[in-house]
Every structure is written in C-alpha cells, then in structure tokens.
Design a protein around this ligand. Structure first.
Ligand SMILES: Nc1nc2c(ncn2[C@@H]2O[C@H](COP(=O)(O)OP(=O)(O)OP(=O)(O)O)[C@@H](O)[C@H]2O)c(=O)[nH]1
Ligand SMILES: [Mg+2]
Length: 416
C-alpha cells in the first residue's frame, strides 16, 4: 500500500485511541483531509473546509470534533466552533482533557493546572469581549482602574505564581526523597517510552508488584511512581515508571510535567521501551528520543540507555534488527531474564559497583559489616570452618572502607 495512505491510517488509529482514552467518549466518524500549508491561519483550504463542514452537518450524533493537529490558534478554534456549532479540540486540548481525567495525585493535578494557564491566557487575549457576556458588567471594576481583561490576566498571574510555589515545595520534597534514596544507595532505573508501549506492565513483570495498573489506553500513567525490584545478584534497585511520550505534543505540556520527569535525570540507568507490535514503532521511537534530548539528561545516561523491544508475543519470530536491543514480552515472560542480566551489568557499570568474592574470617565483625554495607550474594564456608568465601555486590566507596577497617582480609578479594 502507498506509504502515505498507511501513515494516515496509523495517525487516524492513534487519534481514535486518544479520543477513546476519555471516559465515555467514542469515535462516530473519521475523515482524512489534507491540511492547509504550514503557517496558514486556517487548518484547511477553502474547498476542503466546505466539504468537512457538510460532512459534519450530516452527522447528527456528534458532539465534538477532534482535529489531529498539534495546536490551533484560539481565533481559528473559535471560527471553527462557530461554523460547526460544536466544541473543537486539537491534540493539545484533547491531551489536556485526558490528563484532567487521569491525574490522580495532587502534584499531577497542579502540573496540569499550570499547563492550562497559557491556554487560558491566550483565550483572554484573543477574546477581550468575552467577559461582558459572562456578566462582568461595566468595563472598569470597583474603581480598581483595571479592565476585566486586565483583572483576569492578573488573576491568572497570581494563580500561576501560587501553583509554581506549591509545586516548588513538592519538588523540594521529591529532592529530599531522592537524597534519601542516594543515601541508602539504591540504584535507580527509569523506564521511558511512547505512551501505551507497555512500561507499567514491564515493571509489574520485573517486580511482581500487583498494585500497578497497566491499561490499554494512552496516558494511563500520569504520575511518576517508584517500585522496588531485585536483580539476579540480589541487588535491590528502584524502577521509576514514567508518563508516556506522544508525538506532536507542544513542548509546554511536556515541560509542565518536567518536575515529575526530573527523577529520570537522576537515574543510574535508562530503559527505553518500544512497542514493536505497533505499525508506527519507528516514529514512536524517534519521538521518544527527541523528547529525551529535550529534557537535557546527562549525555552518559542517554547514550547508555538499554533498548527494549516490547510486546514481542504479538510479533511471532521477532528478532531485534539492531544488536544491543532486547526482545521482551511482559505477558509471555520472554526475554525478562536476559533483561534483568543486562540491567545488572548496566547498573554495576553506572554505579561503580562490582561483584567480588572475598576470603573472610568468620567469628569477627567482617561478615556482619558486609551484610550491612553491601549485598551478600553467597557465603561458602571453607573446610577449616573458621573462614568463608563471600561473594558480594559492593560500591567502590564501601570496598575502600572495608579495606581500611579490615586490612588483612582485603588482599584476598578477587574480581568475580
Ligand atoms: N500482548 C502484549 N500486550 C502488552 C505487553 N505489555 C503491555 N501490554 C498491553 O499494552 C497495554 C498498555 O500497557 P501499559 O503497561 O499500561 O503501557 P504504558 O506504556 O505504561 O502506557 P501509559 O502509562 O499509558 O503511557 C495494556 O493493555 C497491556 O496489557 C506485552 O508484552 N504483550
Ligand atoms: Mg503506564
């Protein structure tokens, strides 16, 4: 089939999935229409506009129109809404609406409220007369010398300031939690990817945590959550589940969630999940990479990201086309052990940890110290009974302390 037709079909499928992500919403009809030249104030050319208008008027059961464009200028939106006598959404406003329905924590709700402010501001600017219709009465209010438009703009500024202040406090709390995590030295692995690619399901499969709620819809996860899991060496790590990315989404929206994505920058390892059963997997992957670049992550973190190809149970006989990518199915369990092994190697490398086997005298404080300061994998008692070979995962700093405290035992440490 013509690649353009195919691409249009995938875009329609994604647009329909976005609409259906809203509780109670369904798609009555879809249309593929060429859009006007970029930069044009209108979304369609004149002929297409008439054609679309006729088709919309012919559908009695529709209540809203979703135009799958990034963002419309407020006057354009207004013009279309007037012409069709229906509410009109673009990707930005539709996604905001989905976020509104899915945001659960206070932080996510406030991030959302902040993301909505530019929209409210542009509607005030584009429609200064609107307030009179809403019963604001006279042009000047109670001798304040401010017009309703100015008043509303000031209220928005105040609201924005308030939201930023509270979010900053929440951000401080998050920083504190992060410090605590570093103090306890739990390595952190962030799982990122296009929305609905299977991040939450994968973390659930890796940690066995049943409280996680994967769902077949875009933006099921709106809050960054942290989940503990064990690697094969018994090293405990924390997985960070993140909000999914989406193509053609204004950066302001991603920015609004940057505080929650801040955790990603502080992780030790990044896992980039791509749903290879999706026909548009390549575009989704490119979107995620460009969004990640926009988050200004440490280059080493970005370069060392582990590439996971998910949902391979839906693609029989799948093998990754590039070396280094891992084929995984969170549902059938394929590739999960390999993923854990690869994660372990990455985590050890990124955090300067090593697996060592040491000759340790039993009966002294050494073994107890190792249990406290490192992860003890195995204790193999030696025939003489007063010593053991102890295999540990240990940070360089802890190993240095161990050597200082117990100099006699140190020379017998061998890299694993
Ligand atoms: N067949 C199959 N389905 C999967 C697999 N992993 C996830 N899914 C399904 O894909 C859908 C989305 O999964 P989620 O884990 O919620 O995806 P997500 O990336 O967390 O999505 P958002 O949080 O919305 O960005 C769900 O219906 C899952 O059951 C897999 O390995 N195989
Ligand atoms: Mg999720």
């Amino acid at each position: 089939m013509d690649p353009c037709v195919l691409a249009a079909e995938w875009q329609v499928a994604e647009a329909a999935a976005l609409v259906r992500a809203l509780p109670g919403w369904s798609v009555a009809r879809t249309l593929v229409v060429p859009s006007a030249a970029p930069g044009s104030r209108l979304v369609f050319g004149k002929g297409n506009f008439q054609d679309v208008t006729e088709k919309i008027k012919g559908c009695q059961d529709i209540t809203s129109v979703f135009l799958n464009v990034e963002k419309m200028a407020p006057p354009t939106k207004k013009e279309l809404e007037t012409a069709w006598a229906l509410r009109v959404f673009d990707r930005f406003t539709l996604v905001l609406h989905i976020f509104r329905c899915n945001a659960r924590t206070r932080e996510a709700r406030m991030q959302l409220a902040l993301a909505e402010i530019p929209l409210l501001r542009s509607s005030v600017n584009s429609d200064p007369g609107q307030q009179y219709q809403q019963g604001w009465g006279s042009r000047y209010i109670m001798g304040s010398g401010e017009s309703p438009t100015e008043l509303r703009a000031r209220a928005l500024r105040d609201r924005e300031l308030r939201l930023r202040r509270v979010l900053e406090r929440l951000r401080d709390k998050r920083r504190l939690m992060r410090k605590e995590r570093v103090r306890r030295e739990f390595p952190v692995v962030s799982v990122v990817g296009y929305t609905n690619c299977g991040k939450t399901t994968l973390i659930q499969a890796l940690t066995g945590e049943s409280a996680l709620q994967p769902r077949d819809q875009p933006f099921a996860t709106l809050d960054v959550t942290v989940h503990a899991g064990l690697l094969p060496s018994r090293l405990r790590i924390l997985y960070v589940d993140t909000i999914g990315f989406l193509s053609q989404l204004p950066h302001s929206l991603i920015h609004a969630f940057s505080a929650t994505l801040e955790d990603v920058a502080y992780s030790d390892v990044l896992v980039h999940v791509t749903d290879v059963s999706h026909p548009d997997a390549e575009l989704q992957k490119a979107t995620v990479l460009s969004t990640l670049r926009g988050l200004h992550l440490p280059p080493a973190l970005l370069e060392s990201a582990l590439e996971v190809h998910s949902k391979v149970d839906l693609v029989p006989g799948y093998t990754p086309p590039c070396s280094g990518a891992l084929a995984v199915s969170a549902i059938s369990g394929r590739g999960l052990d390999e993923l854990k092994a690869a994660l372990e190697a990455s985590v050890l490398r990124a955090t300067g940890r090593q697996v060592l086997t040491m000759h340790v005298r039993l009966g002294g404080p050494q073994l107890g110290w190792l249990y406290k300061e490192a992860v003890v994998q195995q204790v193999q008692e030696l025939p003489e009974g007063d010593a053991a070979h102890v295999t540990v995962v240990i940070t360089q700093a802890a190993y240095g302390r161990f050597r200082k405290l117990f100099p006699i035992d140190a020379p017998s440490a061998l890299p694993h």
